[in-house]
Design a protein around this ligand. Structure first.
Ligand SMILES: Cc1ncc(COP(=O)(O)O)c(C=O)c1O
Length: 407
């Protein structure tokens, strides 16, 4: 018997977790635009426009600024596997799940990993990074900017300066902050920075914007080994060890995005349309206005939660503006609260991982959802659910405090 199931038809849900978030309507519209061949001049024009747009979003002059097809971790893997050859030293800054992810990917590259760690809910002291860099003299320092697992934002100016002093490449995962908090790539002196669309950029996951300094690109081109079926006069290999992945080989992907248009993958055209529209929306709003909008929404979430008597998790001086973790009060079933938020209010808030599983909820106010009505609606729903679960506080306190924070 043929089974076709129903057309997708779920209720509109307000996605207030740590990502994904609701996609900007303009981005959804861009994704429905008809495909072009990937070497069609109109399409390669869109590719060049996307590069120019993301240079502005990353606040960089880097020529090598483009998209890796895949979710954010595709960008991370491409960066790490393209830089790190087996046996290379890498210092990984780790204070959360995504710092650990960097170390795990680096281990899969057979790199020698030195961890510089801090407890979850805090950030790493740059002096500890300098000590490790001085000792190990790594090829690369790898660091997460905003780690959504803990909601901490690692300051990067000092780490960038250390990497410049010791002539080490710096990789930064800005998945959760690009387009919502400042990611000034050139000011930091970061060599490779990657992101994803599904957080502050306001798109769906599936495309990873990336930017590389000339220094990083030169190192990676030194490992260039053009796929055999594409090699010919005019293609030349580097002397370095071949990159351990074909799909994530940034030397080949850079050749594909260059004027050479050397074929690699079939570009995920609909995702490129999405990424291009995300950047257009961000830049039309203006970076500073956008950062301020995310900060205002985050501050209102914090004020509302504290007025309800909830504890905001972690070192508030280093909290990401766009994601807030709230400690689940003793005696409350965190998953039940999340389920009631979804079934009774059509609102999603986030759970947590590892040592924080069952201990905090994570509330994101990002992209199109970093707005007053979304924050107030979420706090009102949380209040109602908490009251229904027997957690006492002055009714209306959270919404009032959030409105006051906005005022
Ligand atoms: C900081 C950070 N890095 C990486 C990722 C992985 O992203 P993806 O699931 O898009 O591969 C996430 C996802 O939540 C993230 O928050």
């Amino acid at each position: 018997m043929t089974e076709t199931f129903g057309e997708l038809d779920h209720p509109a849900r307000l996605l207030m977790g740590p990502g994904p978030i609701n996609v900007h309507p303009r981005v959804l519209r861009a994704m429905s635009v008809q495909l072009l061949g990937q070497f069609d001049p109109e399409f390669t024009g869109y590719m060049n426009e996307t590069m120019a747009l993301y240079r502005q979003v990353f606040q960089t002059a880097n020529r090598q600024t483009f998209l890796v097809d895949g979710t954010s971790r595709a960008g991370i893997e491409a960066a790490l596997v393209s830089v790190l050859a087996p046996g290379d030293d890498v210092v990984v800054v780790n204070a959360g799940r995504f710092g650990l992810l960097l170390s795990e990917i680096a281990e899969r590259c057979d790199a020698k990993v030195t961890l510089v760690e801090a407890p979850w809910g805090t950030v790493v002291d740059p002096q500890a990074v300098e000590d490790a860099v001085k000792r190990v003299r790594p090829r690369l320092v790898a660091c997460v900017h905003g780690d959504t697992s803990t909601t901490m934002a690692q300051p990067l100016e000092a780490i960038g300066a250390i990497c410049r002093r010791y002539e080490t490449l710096l990789y930064v995962d800005a998945t959760a902050t690009l387009g919502g908090m400042a990611v000034p790539v050139d000011v930091w002196g970061a060599d490779i920075v990657t992101a994803g669309l599904q957080k502050c950029l306001g798109g769906p996951s599936g495309s990873a914007p990336i930017t590389l300094s000339d220094r990083a690109a030169e190192h990676i081109f030194g490992r260039r080994h053009v796929e055999r079926g594409l090699a010919g006069p005019g293609t030349a290999d580097g002397n370095g060890r071949r990159i351990g992945s074909n799909y994530f080989d940034l030397a080949m992907i850079m050749d594909y995005w260059s004027d050479k248009r050397l074929n690699h993958h079939t570009e995920a055209a609909s995702m490129l349309y999405a990424a291009r529209e995300c950047a257009r929306v961000v830049l039309e709003e203006g970076l500073e206005a956008r950062f301020a909008r995310h900060a205002a929404a985050g501050a209102a979430v914090v004020a509302g939660a504290q007025a309800l008597g909830l504890e905001v998790y972690g070192d508030l001086a280093h909290k990401m503006t766009n994601v807030t973790a709230l400690v689940i009060p003793t005696g409350l079933d965190g998953d039940r609260v999340r389920a009631r938020m979804r079934t009774e209010f059509e609102i999603e808030i986030g759970t947590a991982f590892g040592p924080l599983a069952g201990k905090v909820w994570r509330i994101g106010a990002m992209g199109v959802n970093a707005r007053k009505s979304a924050v107030l609606t979420t706090l009102a729903a949380l209040e109602a659910v908490l009251r229904a679960e027997g957690f006492g506080f002055a009714p209306g306190a959270g919404v009032d405090a959030a409105m006051a924070a906005y005022a």
